[in-house]
Design a protein around this ligand. Sequence first.
Ligand code: ZN
Length: 414
Amino acid sequence: MNLGKYSFGVGDRFGHQARAQLAAFQKAGDAGVEITPVWNKSDREHRIIGTQPPDVRREADEAVRSCGWGEAYFVDADHVGLKNVDGFVNASDFFTLDVADFIGETAEEAGIRAFVDSQAGRIGDLLIPGLDEPIRVTRDLLRETAGKYLFAVRQAGRTYRHILEKKSSSDFITEVSMDETDSAQTPVELLFILAMIAREKIPVATLAPKFTGRFNKGVEYVGDPDRFEKEFDADLAVIRFAVREFGLPSGLKLSVHSGSDKFAIYGPIRKALKKHDAGVHIKTAGTTWLEELIGLAEAGRDGLSLAREIYTSAFHRFEELAKPYATVIDIDSSRLPDPSDLEAWDGKRFAATLRHDPSNPHYNPHFRQLLHVGFKVAAEMNGRYLQALRDHETVIARNVTGNIYERHMKRLFL
Ligand SMILES: [Zn+2]
């Protein structure tokens, strides 16, 4: 079970694009960079679409077979916890243990004290190679960090051990995620979170913190890229130190969630990875579905009219569709085109409005984000949407592969 230095998570809401997605990894391989594909789908996504974890496994296996992919690949139970992990255990070999909801719940006093005592040897000025300044570790800092994160990390431990009842530890990859929360974790917090993870004996391969700034779904990073760069750089230094100090797995790396389309920070990520000779996991999800819509629009005729129909319905169901994703989208409804405007649009115009190309004057991030969360509309069309995917497979596949390879992998890794 080796995730490799670089790995990239893709989501495929409707289960038809795994081959087109894999083609992007093959292109990267041909260009000299090995990137491990991970197909991820959360319980929330499964419920909205009406799929099951074994569907993702089947699709991934089939794509790997038909594309002749000889390298590692994984199927990620994305954002699971004790209450929903069971349905994923057989089909998955990568588990993203999401503990964000438990941050701030406080563990019992004895547990906090035991943690503080375990780290007492670090009290004072702690020098971490790669950080400009030493970290001033105090008993209060340790207590505060434990008060905020110990309960949450223990939840990850419970879920991990629950999976272990059914699977051997050598049969899966473990990620711990804390990204779906409002406040970012500092590098200092990250250090002691890793100490807690080590105490829980979780062989963590990837850690997804909440980074500074906003990571909205499918659109550009919102925040200060310079500040992000400093934080990301410090996080990498902390991880290297923690691996040695706490005996964590040597391949441990950061995982960037809602990582698609964050072009403003790809440069800083790339620079920091190079500097630290570190790896990374980039997790993306719903952008492949948007490429399906772009492909349908470009196909014209029935494809375009289906894409229009989906937007019209999403427009009228804005509140309902946006609600489950409220923390990860920013849609200004006054900037959404009226559905009647779309009647005059050709496929090119629809695609240009949707595609994340900031240099195109038609690009509209509000339109894009609404459609990003609007996949429920297509799911409710059942066979009709799936048939359109089959009818226009070639143009869609070109967009799916191109989006992952040209816009993402090239900028991040090549
Ligand atoms: Zn996430």
